[in-house]
Design a protein around this ligand. Structure first.
Ligand code: UN1
Length: 499
């Protein structure tokens, strides 16, 4: 299928894709696939005002009924899975299976949120005063601004959308300028669900297309109480303080620099499979991608040999072709940054295997590379930075304590894991003195999390939590309610104030 046919199958016709100022290129071949109409920044106040009006209606709709909208959205996604997955591949360059996986992640969070819509539970609290009842109630907050990244062009949005909607909040979505087509296609699925739902307010979900100015309008508006932003630490360090300065609530999901510790007892065949998937999958462009391998010195050489063998046969190429495991980087800039980082690693004494541009047997115009395995003498500065590319640094350790210290000694704190069959090592890694990350796994790579858990991380990763567990609380306001059903007015803490 041509690019145009893929987009048309997902409901994006010529008129929607042409005549604008935002040029969109496919990472597959660098071809310009659309020039989109951008949202005029001057329209943002009206867009935000519409969301506020929608909020006044939506917050009063019973949560299980709000869940019905998300159920319908999930059904639309199921029906459009293949078409939408193909647009993810076209727009972000993911291999077919990962494009489909991203849509599945959306379907899963919808299912989760439908159940959640009947479980927005608060606590009852024992009051110290007779004839009093205390309870905690969760209320909707208002419009949620969602700023999403190119690498998960729709799944991360859907985590926010599904939760925000059942929690009673409208949404305004600014997708990455690099992958707005999937956003448009996914938003149409939501629009179809809204029509089927019937009486949802206008402006419950709005998509805005454009650059930083559009995002800034969301970040700066007091009428957008929650801003959920996924992207670089640099972006988060700009967005977070601005939202907090106006006492809004930022939900930040920023960079990761995820490590795997491989202990002597590890099942090495399993570790190799986990390493390759998490370091090389999505061409190393997940925020959860494996970037650092910390291997016990006694097994380092053998493991590196196995990895070199696995890396040498990795099929790099057209992400649409069955059998391809490594698709393109998002653009030439990403490839240039990868090659630059590898030069820095060499200057630090690193031995680089792979990490070359590929132009044979791949679609011309895309930024294809062979994934790089880099043996490092130590964790130097370039290793401590996140490079959004398939670079895996390998280092060794002597004691588990050192390994954990090395794993934690980076500014980011998203995901982490250990491969070991030793219970003491596994539990130490998961203990208070273990991994400092938001996600910590045993005998599983750092990427590919399920939606049921809260997703996010510490330190420069931003501290936000999205998706499962009780991440929904980030989209609601908590109200502590005390009711006095007695005929007295006792004061707390025994205070007397007789008049
Ligand atoms: C991201 O890379 O921004 O755990 C999100 C994972 C996916 C989500 C990644 N479920 O790799």
């Amino acid at each position: 299928m041509t690019h145009k046919e893929i987009l048309a199958a997902a409901g994006l016709n010529e008129a929607a894709l042409t005549g604008g100022t935002l040029a969109v290129y496919s990472p597959i071949d660098g071809a310009e696939v659309a020039s989109l109409h951008e949202t005029d920044p001057a329209e943002m106040p009206a867009i935000i005002a519409r969301a506020q009006i929608a909020f006044r209606q939506w917050r009063n709709v019973p949560a299980p009924r709000r869940g019905e909208l998300v159920r319908l959205f999930g059904e639309e996604l199921r029906a459009a899975k293949a078409e939408l997955g193909a647009v993810v591949t076209l727009d972000a360059g993911k291999i077919t299976s990962e494009g489909l996986g991203e849509v599945q992640e959306m379907i899963d969070i919808c299912d989760f949120a439908v159940g959640l819509s009947r479980q927005l539970y608060g606590l009852t609290i024992a009051s110290e005063r007779p004839g009093h009842r205390m309870a905690e109630t969760w209320h909707p907050m208002g419009p949620v601004g969602i700023i999403s990244a190119f690498n998960f062009p729709v799944a991360v949005w859907s985590w926010n959308v599904a939760l925000a909607l059942v929690c009673g909040n409208p949404i305004i979505w600014k997708p990455s300028e690099k992958s707005p087509l999937t956003a448009m296609a996914a938003h149409r699925c939501l629009e179809r669900a809204l029509v089927k739902f019937g009486d949802a307010p206008d402006g419950l979900s709005q998509l805005v297309i454009g650059g930083a100015e559009i995002g800034a309008a969301l970040v700066d508006s007091r009428d957008v109480p929650i801003v959920s932003a996924t992207g670089s630490t640099r972006m988060g360090s700009l967005v977070g303080p601005k939202v907090m300065a106006r006492f809004g609530r930022p939900i930040l999901e920023l960079g990761g620099n995820n490590a795997m510790i491989v202990a002597p007892s590890a099942d090495l065949d399993m570790a190799v499979r986990a390493i390759v998937f998490s370091a090389v999958g999505t061409a190393g462009q997940r925020c959860t991608s494996l970037r650092r391998l910390i291997v016990h010195e006694s097994i380092r050489e053998g493991l590196v040999e196995k990895l070199k063998a696995a890396y040498s046969t990795l099929p790099v190429g057209d992400p649409r072709a069955s059998g391809t495991l490594v698709g393109p980087l998002v653009d030439n800039g990403a490839r240039a940054r990868m090659l630059e980082q590898l030069d820095r690693a060499r200057a630090d004494g690193g031995i680089v295997h792979g990490g070359e541009s590929v132009s044979d047997a791949v679609p011309q115009g895309g930024a294809y590379v062979t994934p790089a395995l880099v043996e490092m003498p130590s964790q130097t500065e370039c290793v401590r930075e996140e490079t959004f590319a398939p670079i895996l640094y390998v280092m060794s350790y002597e004691t588990l304590e050192d390994a954990i210290e090395m794993q934690n000694d980076v500014p980011q704190g998203l995901s982490s894991c250990i491969f070991t069959l030793n219970l003491r090592e596994a539990e130490t890694f998961l203990s208070a003195a273990g991994s400092d990350c938001g996600i910590a796994n045993v005998n599983i790579g750092p990427s590919g999390a399920e939606i049921g858990g809260a997703f996010g991380g510490e330190k420069e990763t931003g501290g936000g939590r999205e998706s499962g567990s009780d991440a929904w609380k980030g989209y609601m306001r908590r109200q502590t309610c005390t009711v006095n059903y007695s005929a007295e007015l006792p004061l707390a803490q025994g205070v007397r104030f007789d008049i």
